[in-house]
Design a protein around this ligand. Sequence first.
Ligand SMILES: C[S@@+](CC[C@H](N)C(=O)[O-])C[C@H]1O[C@@H](n2cnc3c(N)ncnc32)[C@H](O)[C@@H]1O
Length: 318
Amino acid sequence: MLLQELLGISEDIYFVEESYLAQRTIERTLDYLNGVRRFAETGKVRLLRVHEGEHTLGLFLFNSADEEVSVDFWSVFTGALAEARSKKDFEILVDPLLTFNPPEREVEVSSEIWRDAVNEYYSLMLVNRNLCLGCAVKPESYGSVFSENRVRRVEEIFDILQKKGIFPEGRLLEVCCGNGMSTLALYRLGLNPLAVEINKCTVCQGLEQGVLNPQRTVVMDATALSRYFEPGSFDGVMGFMLGLVYEFNKDIWVNIMKEVVSVSNEGALMLFTVSSKPEAEILAGALLRAGVKGEIVDNTDSEGTYDQWLFIGEKQKA
Ligand SMILES: C[S@@+](CC[C@H](N)C(=O)[O-])C[C@H]1O[C@@H](n2cnc3c(N)ncnc32)[C@H](O)[C@@H]1O
């Protein structure tokens, strides 16, 4: 696990927050750190620190085996993914702890690498069934779940883009990634998007099959992206086979379109595929209203199923 590699430790590690999403509010983290503060002045707390410049990204606190837990482990605290106020509260609590208990080791990493390491931790917790106790879902074979034809179909969309002189660059987001069939095409093209998907069983399947990159996959509701990412966080957003988008459920998809625009940079590429023209029109309408200029592209084939209609566009200056 990247976290263990970064710190050079072999013991188990556990974040106090139960999910990646809880890392935004870090209520438990702040509560636990408040508790730890009482022991801080003893100078006996064993700590490891991860930092970027003067900012503490993560703190590892050693726990010895006892009658309740049979092995030594590290509790991990981070404020790096939290919103600004909680991030500040985290640093306020951490600073005196570090003063009284100088860390045994300090490692400097970029906040991007730290985010990947935190992502990976939650992905591994998910795929190892630690987040869904009692899970009865049996693994399926790769061939019964993934279709090479579909992966190629997504890859071919990038030939269309290339002919228009477009190729995604920078920080990329893929929404509604499913089990990673479309993400696999992006990986093959040398892209490394952050892939988000609301259905954790689907994500688990993609991780289990070694398709989704555990460091770059998050279980997340795409209608709430702006809760977790700052404006301007992405230089390109993609989503493949969104929907089904109907009049009666279009609000969800319209919201997703608004959210992707709100977390992307000016000039960001917007690429979405659906199976029918009316669906493409609903997405295009929402994107145009949110400040994206673009076009609907007919990509129909004789099979008439996947990625039949595309929306290709660019976020305009506000
Ligand atoms: C038809 S699948 C496409 C999966 C993948 N992009 C592909 O092309 O194979 C649509 C996906 O959107 C996901 N989805 C629906 N609503 C979502 C939301 N609010 N946030 C994130 N994902 C969502 C579904 O769970 C489903 O996996």
